[in-house]
Design a protein around this ligand. Structure first.
Ligand SMILES: *Cc1c(COP(=O)(O)O)cnc(C)c1O
Length: 399
C-alpha cells in the first residue's frame, strides 16, 4: 500500500508544476543573477518575475520581498535584524511561549546579548490574550513577534488587532506566517505586520528557500555580510531555480486556497469525530474554529505519542508528535505545555496535518487501524511501568 502522509505541517511534497518550473530554471537560467552578461540577466529576469509572482500572492510590492534560505532564516533576519537596528531606541522584545523554535531560540540568543524578552502565555486554545499583550508593551519595547498559525495545533492568532496595537505605539511587528501561507488567504496590508516570514516547503514548494516581507520604509539590518544580493539584505548567490519553484507553488496554492481549505477542513472534522467516536479518553488540543483547517492535534490518554507514531508508521501512516523539530527529544511539546496541558497528557499527543494530496479513503484507513493501535499501546503502558515524562516506550512496546 502507498504510505499515507499526514505530516504536512512538517513539510509538504513538492508539487509537480513547481518541480517543472525548477527543472526549466536549472536548465535555462543557470547564470548568476548578479552577472552583467545576458546569461546572468536572463536569470535576473526569472528572479524578478518570481518576485512579482510571490508578492502578488500576499498583497505585497515586489521590492518588499527578500528571498532567504527558508523560514528559520526569515524569522532570524526579521527578529535579529529589527532588534539590532533598534538597539539605540530600546532593548525589549515581546513574543509568545507557543512560537516556533526559530523565533524562541533567536529571542533567547538576543537575551544573551542584552535584550529583555517577554514570553506571553496562551489560553487553553493556544491564543494570546490581548489584554496581557497590551500590558506587556513597554516604553523600551522595539519589536513584537507573534505567529499567524501555530505549527503544532494550527491555532490562529489575532494578528490584525495585535499589529494595530503595536503600530499605535511605534513598535515593529514581525509575524511568522510560515505555517499559514498557502493554507489560508493572506494579505500583508490587512494583517498590518511590518515583517512576515515564509517558507517554500510548507506550501508544496522546494525546501531550503523562503522569503521575508519587509514593509516599505521599515529598517532592519542584515544578519550576514557579503555581496549586494537582495538589496544587501541577504548576501550570497541567489538560488533562482528554488525561488522560481517556490513562487509557482505559492501562486497555485493561492489560486486553490478556498477550495482546498474547505475540502481539508471537512476531512479533518471527519477524522476528528471518527476518532472520538471510536476511542475513549481522547482530547482535542486547540479549537476547530480558530485554527488552520488542516491541523488536528489530539491527546490519547495513557498512550505515549511517540509509541503511537511508531505504530502508525508501521501501519503505513506518517504523523507527528508535536513538531518535527522536537521529535526525538523527550520533552513534551512546549506549545501544549503553554496551553496549560499537563506534561502527562502532552506526552500522549499526535498531530495529524492534512494536505492537498490526502483523500477520504485515507481518513477511513486511519479510522480503521488507529483504535487497535491505541488499545495495544495502552495495554503495554499499563503493564509494568507507566510511561512518565522522560521515559520512552520501547520499540517492542510500540509493535
Ligand atoms: C516550518 C516552520 C518554520 C521553519 O521553516 P524552515 O523553512 O523549515 O526553516 C518556522 N516557523 C513555523 C511556524 C514553521 O512551521
Amino acid at each position: 500500500m502507498k504510505p499515507i502522509y499526514m505530516d504536512n505541517a512538517a513539510t509538504t511534497p513538492l508539487r509537480e508544476e513547481a518541480l517543472e518550473a525548477m527543472v526549466n530554471a536549472y536548465r535555462e537560467h543557470y547564470g548568476n543573477s548578479s552577472s552583467v552578461h545576458r546569461i546572468g540577466q536572463a536569470a535576473r529576469e526569472a528572479l524578478e518575475r518570481a518576485r512579482e509572482e510571490f508578492a502578488a500572492c500576499v498583497g505585497a510590492k515586489p521590492e518588499e520581498v527578500v528571498f532567504t534560505g527558508g523560514g528559520t532564516e526569515s524569522d532570524n533576519l526579521a527578529i535579529r535584524g529589527a532588534a539590532m537596528a533598534a538597539r539605540e531606541r530600546g532593548d525589549h522584545i515581546v513574543t509568545c511561549a507557543a512560537e516556533h523554535h526559530a523565533v524562541l531560540h533567536c529571542c533567547r540568543a538576543l537575551e544573551g546579548e542584552g535584550f529583555r524578552v517577554t514570553y506571553l502565555p496562551v489560553d487553553a486554545e493556544g491564543i494570546v490574550d490581548l489584554e496581557r499583550y497590551r500590558d506587556a508593551l513597554e516604553e523600551r519595547t522595539v519589536l513584537v513577534s507573534i505567529m499567524l498559525a501555530n505549527n503544532e495545533t494550527g491555532a490562529l492568532q489575532p494578528i490584525e488587532e495585535m499589529s494595530r496595537i503595536a503600530r499605535e505605539r511605534g513598535i515593529l511587528f514581525h509575524c511568522d506566517a510560515v505555517q499559514a501561507a498557502g493554507k489560508m488567504r493572506l494579505d500583508v496590508r490587512e494583517l498590518g505586520a511590518d515583517l512576515l516570514a515564509f517558507s517554500g516547503h510548507k506550501f508544496y514548494g522546494p525546501k531550503g528557500v523562503g522569503a521575508l516581507y519587509i514593509r516599505k520604509g521599515v529598517e532592519i539590518v542584515p544578519i550576514m555580510q557579503g555581496g549586494h544580493h537582495e538589496n544587501g539584505m541577504r548576501p550570497g548567490t541567489v538560488n533562482v531555480p528554488a525561488i522560481v519553484g517556490m513562487a509557482r507553488a505559492l501562486r497555485l496554492a493561492t489560486e486553490e486556497v478556498e477550495e482546498t481549505a474547505a475540502r481539508l477542513g471537512a476531512l479533518r472534522e471527519e477524522l476528528a469525530s471518527g476518532i472520538m467516536e471510536r476511542i475513549d479518553g481522547v482530547r482535542r488540543n486547540g479549537s476547530a474554529e480558530r485554527s488552520l483547517p488542516n491541523v488536528l492535534n489530539l491527546s490519547f490518554e495513557g498512550a505515549e505519542g511517540e509509541a503511537l507514531l511508531l505504530a502508525l508508521d508501521v501501519a503505513g501512516v506518517a504523523v507527528s508528535t508535536g513538531s518535527a523539530c522536537t521529535s526525538g527529544s523527550l520533552e513534551p511539546s512546549h506549545v501544549l505545555m503553554a496551553m496549560g496541558i499537563p506534561p502527562r497528557i502532552a506526552q500522549c499527543s499526535l498531530r495529524f496535518s492534512l494536505g492537498r494530496y490526502n483523500r477520504a479513503e485515507e481518513i477511513d484507513y486511519v479510522l480503521d487501524v488507529l483504535p487497535g493501535i491505541v488499545e495495544r499501546i495502552r495495554e503495554v503502558s499499563s503493564v509494568g511501568a507507566r510511561p512518565v515524562a522522560g521515559s520512552r516506550v520501547s520499540k517492542d512496546g510500540a509493535r
